[in-house]
Design a protein around this ligand. Structure first.
Ligand code: ADP
Length: 538
């Protein structure tokens, strides 16, 4: 017997309809391309999205066509976030910080027919335009003094429309957006989200133990919408009726602080952003007026950052884990009652883990033979994941990326405890194997950045004749500080056995980062090689 309830396809257009209908006037504060901070509303964003959909349809967009969007977090970007799938298209979010060759590869691979971009990215787009094989029209958001591309004007196209448009309806399983993995190991791979996966993932994310969003919140994604589906923020905020603050391209600590003071209650970014902001707050003696929680993920959040936010600023840290392939959020370190009851230090230990999954996400551990690993908080295994927001197959791949039971191997090594809290030990490829024992690069880095003179630190393996691999630590000191090798090793010696300590400590002004603001171990390894270090083979 079938249920007899209504058929209501889970399409993302319904999210913006809901926000515009029931939370019409909620503010979207946006630092636009010209640097000016303006206020929009959900009703206004929906109106713009309808016009964008109308304009794209007039340009010839057909159902399923990919539209490249290379833009900072602004209200305009939100219009396209809903306008493209609302017109039946598929948003392909492009990270302008990728190498030109990578951008060319992914635009050609996804077969983008249109490319919409922020005017200040004219140079980035112009540099790749001649090699783009499928793009038929370029659309520029905002003005540029030095046009290098024969592009249409987004504002002119949009303002010529009247918003008399009906969202394209269809199956909830249709594609809605594409995001490519960063390609740290080979060519980037396309992850194709469906309307359904985005809606279900957003519903899971607004739950109290995850983002915990309500209409009383104002969410500011510092994480760009082009990084891993924007961590769901542009779907979950309007779904919850929350307001948003969109910080635009200027992510310097003073600019971020100014935007946070626009009533923001919750914000999200990778750890590197918060290291910079905390330093700025301390030096300027600033305090937040409305911020009460901060989501930190994308790479391991140092304990010192969690501690500083909570102890010095009264802001709760939600340490989260996820990946492009998982929509992206898979777990949040919110406090179950057993954890909330712990003394502060023990509670902090749990917050350094990446937490537990929401309904719709299944997490587990496997050993090298595919057998389950015990959830005892000690035993390490490969973290595997499954659920309706988890990748099944990469774009144009010939085989599924999952095993027979639907599990996707994350490439992370983790432990799980009896309460289901996951601790990321390391990425498989970043673990340092010394004399048959594994050393976690994340553990070394976290302890190093807890030293008061250290701004950032990265640990990588170098080849060693006797031990196979040994750790080398590369440290960026805080401005004006000059930590010594001996002081650092003494500090780290309090947390590690002697064999786990780095053989070498090198000091640099800045560490290299990836296009999404994470430490780039790939670049770092190349730099070490250039300095004469031998890298482990494969
Ligand atoms: P990229 O390869 O560009 O970093 P993703 O953003 O999809 O692509 O990265 C996903 C990976 O980031 C995860 O597999 C994991 O290794 C790492 N990661 C994400 N969040 C955390 C976290 N909170 N702690 C440790 N590692 C994390």
């Amino acid at each position: 017997m079938l249920g007899q309830m209504q058929d209501w396809p889970l399409r993302v257009s319904r999210i913006i309809d809901h926000a515009a209908r029931y939370h019409a006037g909620r503010a979207i504060v946006s630092r636009d391309g010209d640097g000016v901070v303006r206020r929009a509303t959900w009703a206004g964003v929906r109106d713009g999205a309808l016009k964008a959909a109308q304009a794209l349809t007039r340009l010839g967009l057909r159902r399923g066509d990919r539209v490249g969007v290379m833009a900072w977090n602004t209200a305009r970007h939100l219009e396209l976030w809903y306008g493209v799938p609302g017109a039946g298209g598929v948003t392909h979010s492009l990270n302008p910080r990728l190498f030109a060759d990578q951008l060319v590869y992914i635009v050609n691979h996804a077969e983008d027919r249109f490319l919409v971009y922020d005017a200040d990215l004219e140079g980035v787009v112009a540099a790749i335009a001649p090699r783009l094989e499928t793009v038929e029209a370029f659309v520029r958001i905002g003005e540029t003094d030095a046009p290098r591309i024969d592009a249409l004007s987004y504002d002119a196209l949009r303002d010529a429309e009247d918003a008399d448009f009906a969202w394209v309806e269809g199956d909830e399983g249709e594609a809605c957006g594409v995001c490519y993995t960063s390609g740290t190991t080979g060519d980037p791979k396309g992850v194709v989200y469906s309307h359904r996966s985005n809606v279900l993932h957003a519903m899971a994310m607004i739950q109290p133990d995850m983002l915990g969003l309500s209409s009383r919140d104002v969410l500011m994604p510092v994480v760009p919408l082009f990084h891993a589906n924007g961590w769901s923020t542009a779907f979950s905020a309007p779904m919850a009726g929350a307001g948003m603050a969109m910080p635009g391209r200027n992510l310097t600590p003073p600019a971020l602080f100014e935007m946070l003071e626009q009533g923001v209650t919750i914000t999200a970014a990778v750890p590197a952003v918060w290291l910079g902001l905390l330093d700025h707050l301390r030096r300027e003696g600033l305090r937040f007026s409305t911020l009460n929680r901060v989501v930190i993920g994308g790479s391991a959040c140092p304990r010192a950052v969690i501690e500083a936010f909570q102890r010095d600023y009264g802001v709760t840290v939600l340490h989260a884990w996820g990946m492009t392939e998982t929509s992206p959020l898979g777990s949040f370190a919110s406090l179950k009652p057993e954890v909330a009851a712990l003394p502060p230090e023990a509670r902090l230990d749990v917050q350094c883990k990446v937490g537990h999954p929401p309904f719709t996400v299944d997490l587990d551990l496997r050993d090298d033979f595919g057998e389950p690993v015990a959830w005892n908080g000690e035993s390490r295994g490969r973290l595997v994941i499954r659920g309706p927001g988890v990748l099944k197959r990469y774009l144009k791949a010939e085989r599924d990326a999952t095993d027979g039971a639907g599990w996707f191997d994350t490439g992370d090594v983790a432990t799980m405890d009896a309460l289901g809290y996951v601790r990321i030990v390391d990425r498989t490829k970043d673990l340092i194997k010394s004399g048959g024992e594994w050393i976690s690069s994340i553990d070394l880095e976290n302890v190093a950045v807890a030293h008061p003179d250290v701004a950032e630190a990265a640990a990588v393996a170098v080849a060693h004749a006797q031990w196979g691999e040994r750790p080398v630590l590369v440290v960026a000191p805080k401005p004006g500080a000059a930590p010594t090798r001996a002081a650092l090793l003494a500090h780290m010696g309090r947390h590690f056995a002697p064999w786990q300590l780095p053989d070498d400590v090198l000091f640099v002004e800045n560490l290299p980062h990836t296009a999404t603001g994470k430490l780039s171990k790939l670049t770092l390894r190349r730099q070490l090689e250039a300095q004469g270090y031998r890298l482990p083979s494969a």
